[in-house]
Ligand binder design. Structure first.
Ligand code: CTP
Length: 403
């Protein structure tokens, strides 16, 4: 079973009037799917792009558009919905956030339902801005975003890409998954605490080719490594991800280096390690590879059962340790787990080892959840079964506390 990552969390989604508002339906859906309770507030311009009916159907809640209740009698009925919502929410997301709304919030305007609610909000504000590239890049907009960030808002920067105007540039609202991952991060209260750090992560299996159709591989899906890379990026780090063959996708801003064999992974890690501050080796590197690769498919009668293997280099062991850099590795053990993990910490000369459980249902390969223990020289910490994204954040927090 995959544990819900936003169970019972109360999220207000503010929708403003930009073309990306059509994607807010998908955002509501994803938040609800991950277990959150969602209430929507729209600006009058947002109504030009998507209907309240769509968003109230998907959220299961009334959508607020008007600051003042429509049913007021003689203007005397008091309804402080904005104060109630401001106290109710664990988090407010504005997606898309237009240049206009960003400017209003920066300067404290409260001239529609959405901006009034922001003024009354008690918890964190997350903004996913979207605009055409020239509007997005104006000095006023960029400086407003910086001001909001300095005041504690979390900004999911717009991405480069194809815009509604036909231009190509920065201004596309971030992908739904990235916005929801950022929402989770805000609720975990991590923020962009890895800003200025360079993080190198490895993920997935390696495939050691026997001939053009066969290889030696393992069951690693890459989910854990990709979750670490994503979480590190959302926490402000500059991330390079070296991945074996997997079907996971990374955010466009993560530098992805695709490799196949252990030898290629070793080369990519050795090349990138010196310029990074943190290395997290979560890849399941094959320990052995065929001694020779056959260009032609080996016929089964041609001694296929006697393929000779050679040992691959141990990537972690082979790295020249550099002072000031932090190295974390993983250990997958099925017996004497803690002892074996501690031995690996010593023999590989690394700072931290993350012990992965294969024993618990829902943990380990191919699952969206994991159960880990974190071991360093004088420290042992055990975590329950959690989503791989939350697990990734726990690992990064432990690393950050040990830098
Ligand atoms: N690792 C590595 N190079 C290898 C094999 C593993 O750098 N050739 C790294 C993995 O990425 C992981 C750690 O070493 O971070 C432990 O990997 P694991 O497979 O558990 O251990 P092994 O050293 O392969 O030992 P064993 O298979 O005997 O448990």
């Amino acid at each position: 079973m995959t544990p819900d990552t936003l169970p019972g969390k109360r999220i207000i989604l503010g929708v403003t009037g930009g073309i990306a508002a059509y994607k807010s339906a998908l955002l509501v859906r994803e938040l609800v799917k991950r277990g959150a309770e969602v209430r929507v507030v729209m600006t009058p311009s947002a109504l030009e792009f998507i209907t309240p009916l769509t968003l109230s159907t998907l959220s299961g809640n009334e959508v607020i558009v008007n600051t003042f209740p429509a049913d007021q009698k003689n203007g005397v009925e008091l309804k402080t919905w904005h104060i109630d919502y401001g106290m109710w929410a664990d988090l407010m997301i504005i997606a898309p956030a237009t240049v206009n709304t960003i400017a209003k919030i920066t300067h404290g305007f409260a001239d529609n339902a959405l901006t009034t609610l922001v003024a009354a909000l008690r918890k964190k504000l997350l903004l996913a801005p979207a605009a055409d590239m020239d509007m997005y890049e104006t000095e006023a907009n960029l400086s407003n975003l910086k001001t909001l960030e300095q005041r504690g808002a979390y900004i999911v920067d717009a991405e480069e890409g194809f815009l509604a105007s036909g231009l190509i540039g920065r201004g596309r609202m971030a992908d739904i998954d990235k916005i929801v991952d950022s929402a989770e991060l805000c609720l975990l209260e991590s923020g962009k605490d890895l800003e200025g750090k360079k993080v190198l992560v490895t993920a997935g299996p390696t495939f050691e080719d026997i001939d053009p159709v066969r290889f030696i591989g393992n069951r690693s899906s890459g989910k854990m490594g990709f979750a670490i890379a994503k979480a590190a990026f959302l926490r402000g780090a500059d991330v390079t991800l070296v991945s074996g063959p997997v079907s996971e996708t990374a955010y466009p801003e993560i530098k992805l280096i695709k490799v196949r064999s252990a030898e290629q992974m070793l080369e990519a890690v050795a090349k990138n390690y010196p310029e990074n501050d943190i290395l997290v080796m979560s890849a399941a590197v094959a320990d052995y590879a065929p001694e020779t690769f056959s260009n032609k498919k080996i016929k089964k009668k041609d001694n296929l059962q006697n393929i000779r293997l050679k040992e691959n280099s141990d990537i972690l062991r082979s790295l020249q340790k550099i002072d000031g850099k932090f190295i974390a590795g993983f250990a997958l053990e099925t017996n004497n787990a803690e002892d074996n993990a501690r031995k690996k910490l010593e023999s590989k000369g690394i700072d931290m080892i993350i012990l992965n459980s294969l024993e618990d249902a829902g943990a380990g390969f191919e699952h969206d959840s994991n159960k880990i223990s974190i071991i360093s020289k004088n420290h042992f910490k055990q975590f329950p079964l959690l989503s791989k994204f939350v697990t990734a954040n726990n690992i990064l927090t432990e690393i950050k506390n040990n830098l």
